[in-house]
Design a protein around this ligand. Sequence first.
Ligand SMILES: [Zn+2]
Length: 395
Amino acid sequence: MSSETTTDLRQANLSRALQAVQIAGSLTRSELTKQLGISRNTAAQIVSDLVEFGLLVESAASPSGRRGRPTTELRLGQQLPGVVVAEVTPEEVRVATVLLGRRVEQLQRVDLADRSAREALIWIADQARIRLQELGAASQGVAVSIYGLVDADGMVRNAPNIGWHDIEVTGFLRDALPQGTPIFTANDASMSALHEARYGAGRGADSMLYLYSADGVGGGLVVHGELVQGRRGYAGEIGHMLINPGGALCRCGRRGCWETEVDQRALRRRGRAPASLGDQAAAEYVLTAAQAGSETAQHAVAETAIWFGEGLGSLLNILDPDVVVLGGLFRRLWEMASEQVCAVATARSLDAPGDLANHVACSDQANSSLLGAAEHLMGPLLARPGMIRGQTIPS
Ligand SMILES: [Zn+2]
């Protein structure tokens, strides 16, 4: 075997071992050996490398109560690589440091209201500068996740729900941050979809459709572990799918988009929530009132569930995914009215699975968009763990 092939094989084993531990949280050495299908000697060498790189620590496992050889447990190390991640939603801007193993640290937020795009980006850049310094050589870059259309160059083309148009997010941060910092900007729901497919309710599925409703509707399709992005990165804007030609005017300027019938504002409109509440609190008010028996609120939930089912049925016709993962208000509607959603979706679909409910899962992930964005920048490290901090793997 050539030395190049040997090095490639070693890199691949290091990558698989690091991925296995970061997904599981902790593994014994024998579990790792079994999972990777490698010899004990190879496993010993891989573990030794990853410990030397500071990516893993090995400690005595908690006693299993059985007699036998003492075993050790592998966990992620203390000085982990990390990504600074920001998320811009219609309500707020959030920044966190995400370490390998999906550890979200130092989450901070500010209101987006009364902040221009430039002011929001200045805050993100200030936060990023401090956090990049804290991470030092372990930094893998800065990722920004935004509620709107983002092109492959990190330009926000159109984000009607946050009022941003033609804003160069990646370009702005490139000028504001130390030279050479990897910077990545992407659509919020796409990043959530990626995270759900790899670590959440869509894990193990060959194809997964992620649907999220809050202030607007977003989504993403992941096939064979990869996000379907479209030619310019705009795929997944299912919130602006036409569903009711005679319906309400959408913030995108068109009439009858799906999100005008199934987001928080749609539910508040139907449920007559108090005007003093914000959209999120108003939607919560209607859901709670429906559970408490209010007829108006129950009617509002039922009608919103019908429009949810209409859109879901159309999406099933077009995409036929193995699993549909629901987040935000969609998850709440599903929990309260899944029979109604299923009935409408099945009627709309040409051939919905008879057990449609078994192909729907609810997201149990917090911060999925932040984690998905961080995952994107962790990719090169996870693929070649030996490259961190300039370490090279001897062949
Ligand atoms: Zn629209």
